[in-house]
Design a protein around this ligand. Structure first.
Ligand code: NAP
Length: 282
């Protein structure tokens, strides 16, 4: 006899915290189900989806690198949002065995930044990949006045900036990463949407950390999407500079919640968030 299950797919998946989060919620709810990790590399998605289409116990999957963009192209009718984001991070199956893609990163971002009033503010966004796209979407819907996108590849920053209509309420500008010290002037929020500072990843450059650590009089915020380490150098420097900080676990748990509901048909028990965070950083 099988059990209902969901899983995270991608390559690598060994580091993924999704099995811990979904497993925690399943246990708290006393539900019969499990959440697995399955390594699926680039090009293997079609055969994976075909196999899962016929598996009666499969409830869906989260999609991580390098499959998010391929998933957006492979699954049926992704919502308009996925088209804008160019990425799918969650796949479920309809009763007619049709695979449907969605993107819950935006929900995670909204949750992480929910207590910051961004109307009319200036935000600096570091990175121009998929997560930066979701951030730009959130910043525009939060009616930020100006978003400065900084990336090591100025062409990618420019391509991301061009996604928003020029006549919209949020103006977008872009520059190379080394413009950070001037770009950060007057910014209410700075966001790291790159792997810089992640354990075992590229380091966050000193010219960014030094600028963040400089004291500011007005209230500022810093959000790092990475969550290992929980307090990155980016967040530690921002704290020194007097900013309120938000770590990537807020977004990670926030994006997992709607996925859990899609997979298992029950709202996750969010009253245990504090215990979940402690469990995740042990
Ligand atoms: P992505 O699509 O691969 O984009 C990564 C971005 O970071 C690109 O702009 C890339 O520039 C830039 N980058 C990579 N290495 C760099 C370096 N050494 N110096 C400067 N820029 C660098 O990845 P993503 O999906 O957007 O994810 C970005 C980060 O957010 C990752 O660390 C991921 O783990 C994290 N994330 C967290 C959550 C969460 O729930 N907390 C959700 C999604 C993502 P190039 O294009 O030039 O390579």
């Amino acid at each position: 006899m099988g059990r209902p299950y969901a899983e995270v797919i991608g390559d690598p998946v060994a580091h993924s915290k999704s099995p811990l989060i979904h497993g925690f919620w399943l246990e708290k709810l006393g539900m019969d189900g499990e959440y697995r990790r399955t390594r699926i590399g680039a090009g293997e998605l079609p055969s994976y989806l075909e196999a899962r289409r016929r598996d009666i116990w499969w409830r869906g999957c989260n999609v991580t690198a390098p499959l998010k963009e391929e998933a957006a192209a492979s699954v049926g009718a992704p919502a308009g949002l996925c088209r804008f984001l160019g990425a799918v991070n969650c796949i479920t199956r309809t009763p007619l065995s049709c695979m449907v893609g969605t993107n819950t990163d935006l929900a995670g971002l909204k949750e992480a930044l929910s207590d910051i009033d961004l109307v009319g503010t200036h935000v600096v966004l570091i990175g121009a990949g998929g997560a930066a796209r979701a951030a730009l979407c959130h910043l525009a819907s939060s009616r930020a006045r100006l978003v400065t996108i900084l990336a090591r590849d100025e062409k990618k920053a420019s391509a991301l900036a061009s996604l928003l209509p020029a006549a919209g309420e949020t103006r977008v500008e872009f520059a190379a990463l080394d413009h950070f010290p001037t770009a950060a002037e007057g910014a209410r929020l700075v966001i790291n949407a790159t792997p810089m500072g992640m354990r075992g990843g590229p380091v966050m450059p000193a010219f960014i950390l030094d600028r963040l650590a400089r004291k500011r009089d007005e209230p500022t915020f810093a959000f790092d999407m990475i969550y290992d380490p929980l307090e990155s150098d980016f967040l530690a420097a921002s704290r020194t500079g007097g900013a309120r900080i938000k770590d990537g676990l807020h977004m990670l748990i926030g994006q997992a919640a709607p996925a859990f509901e899609l997979f298992f048909g029950a709202a996750p028990p969010r009253e245990h968030d504090r215990e979940l965070r402690e469990w995740l950083v042990r």
